[in-house]
Design a protein around this ligand. Sequence first.
Ligand SMILES: [Zn+2]
Length: 448
Amino acid sequence: MLALGSFIFALSFALYAVYGGSVSNDSPRPQQQIQISKTASSKEALGTTPTKNGLYEVATPQHLKNNKKDIIEQTITIASGDSLSTVLSSMGISQQDVYRVANARDANSELLRIQPGQTLNVKAEFPEGRLKELTYIQSKLKRTLYERQQDGQFSFVVQLTKPETKQIYKEVTITNSIFVDGIKAGIPQSVLIQLTQIFAWDIDFATDIRKGDSFSLLYEENELEGEVLGTGNIIAANFINIGRSFQTIRYDDGDEFNYYTPDGLSMRKAFIRSPVDFTRISSKFNPNRLHPIFKTSQPHQGVDYAAKSGTPVKAAGAGKVKYVGELKGYGNTIIIEHGQGYSTLYAHLQGFKKGLQANRYIEQGDLIGFVGQTGWATGPHLHFEFRINGIHKDPMTVEIPHDSPMSKDSLKKYLPYARSVMTELSQHYSDAFGQKNEVISKRHATTF
Ligand SMILES: [Zn+2]
């Protein structure tokens, strides 16, 4: 790896042989040809022999030789496997100075965590390999300058460049999938992931997305001198899914940034709708179903998610584990109590998360077990039940409570902000999106 580093070093070598240091600039350069008069004394004194053209080759006087100080500037791109020590040594920096700069005064020790692709710019005096200055270019936005002080130690200063943050508007109609159509529209994948996370409590992205669904959003993009350096957060979005419109706004209510509905309700809810990702529903909640094994009328009290054996199962909400173990036809089963009369049940599991026990507290989204087909099951699937005060509810349609609401004071400040952001978002709508949104808004008589 060092060999590769040295190779890159050779390629990106920027050499400025500056004559300076302790020798003043008007001193004669060593090894230069100077014209001298042909007198024996001067010839003897300088120990030279004349060349054909009457010039004399002059050897560097000893006192100049000892003080020869070339400051050389080199730039190197860190390669995989490089360490600060190997890189600086390959540039000829003395071991003592490698140690000193690595332990720079008030060290943030970032220099010890150099990453491939980052750059070091080094100014050093040779032949001693005496480090004068080192610039560690971490990114386009951050560099740290280490400078040698009179006592030989290094001080450093961090230089940050602030990118310009722009708002980007995009609108997508889904014909394939959120990710395929979103990326085609030029939306970075990280933004699309954010989008699915924000709406995860309202939309089951594994099963709810239909051709013709559409979304619009405003998100941040960071630029430096016209170059896109990355994307920031989604500022606001409107997702039209199966004739329903879900709108969200990012807001700092004093503690941290969160996403809220235009009315100020948290997007986060007490439960996620489906405890498994990337599945299809193989059997819906149906109070009058004929049982597939017993062929008798037996209500289906939950939702079945067909998924491969071993697919992770997540806790739908935070709560206390009530039961872990076998439960007749349910096979391996977990029951979680969430408080206020809510409970969820996960059946036919292949196995449980190691260490999961009754009375343990868990968070929403925690891994609890794996899809299987234990108990009375015709194939691998998760049977998921949702109960309120012991009564079975359809997990797909049950009204799920929002997470902790905003304080009244925050809400007062939030509402005018939300209105202005949604107005801004809507000003970008295409005619088609605007009309679609209007039809839904009228039907639901919402503000926006
Ligand atoms: Zn079932």
